[in-house]
Write a new protein. Structure first.
Length: 397
């Protein structure tokens, strides 16, 4: 039996007759197998400083002991059952999230990802006002599923089946342009990232955000703030829009909500009334995901991670601006908290590769010239200094 299996396997390998991954990701030649805090290690034991957190997903740090304990305890009891029965963990999560975020009068709908959160927010808006038109910002990224990708300003990832003419893209912070469209009276929803991530850490201004909120109320449009990347403490407040003095109708969250467990949610104004069957999900809000999300909120409270993001983020941006004075390749530094963009006067590709392969540090990117920093919210000042030193050495090469 062993011999026959061996020769079947050998035959498949020789003839390349086995399933391969669908090759849509350009990959760095690094196999990360372990993490702790703001550090990760590859399969050769090499340590890396993580200033990217796996696309802003790692909020409380890799392998936090409290998170490990809570997730392990839950999966040992029950990992999943359907939304056809009571799940008290969902109610606990809604209560804790509402209290910590300042939205305790809102409602919570749980799903699996940021794209799904935006899909459901857009559907809920359309269910409510019966309209189909959406305003989105140029350079916006809201996901890759049907409606979410249609409101994403990237024609390369919008398939013909998604190009349904629902969306008008407008420049962020150009209130007059948004007002002109809202005055037409046919806009269902307005969706914005108060700090654009993929768009290059571009920030909405308070005047724009407050004016947009007023116009949405005047013209019957639903205001959606996509807080999937910029929310959940990353900006130094629980939500990035809280820097701008607005209160959206719908708030979408994901990424950092469960520190790597796939989860998303929509915070829903009390003005929206739920209807049985209107929204639904199989896996959303499952027991294991809720346990993970509750563990994240425990650590937020116990370790003051939202305030840490503000303080260390301010410190890191200050250090980067000091470096900018002596390093001609840094054209601009901007952001809030631990969501930071570093514009270079050269394409980022070689700099980012040198950071990974020579200085063993992960960052993200945006556009062609921007390094994007989205580290775990537990980043320390010493680790911030370490990153600045590594970046300085790379830029001097």
């Amino acid at each position: 039996m062993f011999c026959s299996r061996f020769f079947v396997t050998l035959h498949l390998i020789i003839n390349n007759n086995y399933m391969n991954l669908f090759d849509v990701y350009p990959l760095f030649d690094v196999n990360i197998v372990r993490g702790k805090g703001c550090k990760v290690w590859d399969d050769n034991g090499k340590e890396y400083l993580d200033l990217y957190g796996g696309h802003a997903v790692i909020s409380i740090g890799h392998s936090h002991p409290h998170y490990i304990n809570k997730v392990s305890e839950q999966v040992s009891r029950l990992g999943f059952y359907s939304n056809s029965v009571v799940n008290k963990l969902q109610a606990q999560l809604a209560e804790r999230l509402g209290r910590l975020s300042g939205y305790d009068d809102y409602q919570l709908f749980l799903i699996n990802s940021g794209a799904e959160a935006n899909e459901n927010a857009l559907k809920l808006a359309s269910f409510t006002n019966g309209r189909t038109r959406v305003l989105s910002a140029t350079k916006a990224f809201h996901g890759r599923t049907s409606l979410a990708v249609e409101v994403t300003n990237n024609p390369k990832i919008i398939a013909p089946i998604n190009a349904n003419g629902h969306v008008t893209y407008l420049p962020l912070n150009d209130l007059a342009a948004w007002e002109a469209e809202l005055q037409k009276g046919d806009v269902s929803a307005v969706i914005i990232e108060c700090i654009q991530g993929v768009g290059g850490i571009r920030m909405a201004t308070p005047d724009f955000a407050q004016g947009l909120e007023r116009l949405c109320h005047e013209h019957g449009a639903v205001l959606i703030c996509d807080e999937i990347q910029c929310g959940y403490g990353r900006s130094g407040k629980f939500f990035a829009h809280q820097w701008l003095g607005i209160r959206p109708d719908l708030i979408t969250v994901a990424k950092g909500i469960a520190n790597g467990f796939p989860m998303g949610g929509v915070l829903i104004s009390p003005a929206f009334k739920p209807v049985y069957g209107q929204l639904g999900t199989t896996f959303g809000g499952n027991h294991l995901g809720c346990a993970a999300a509750l563990a994240v909120l425990d650590v937020f409270e116990e370790e003051g991670l939202v305030e840490n993001a503000r303080q260390v983020g301010d410190y890191l941006m200050g250090r980067l601006r000091e470096l900018q004075k002596s390093e001609s390749h840094i054209a601009d530094v901007r952001g809030r908290g631990l969501m930071i963009g570093i514009d270079l006067d050269v394409p980022y590709k070689e700099t980012r590769q040198a950071l990974i392969y020579k200085k063993h540090c992960f960052t993200g990117c945006a556009g062609t010239h921007t390094l994007r920093l989205l580290p775990p919210l537990c980043l320390s000042r010493d680790e911030a200094d370490d990153f600045v030193s590594r970046l300085q050495q790379v830029l001097a090469l």
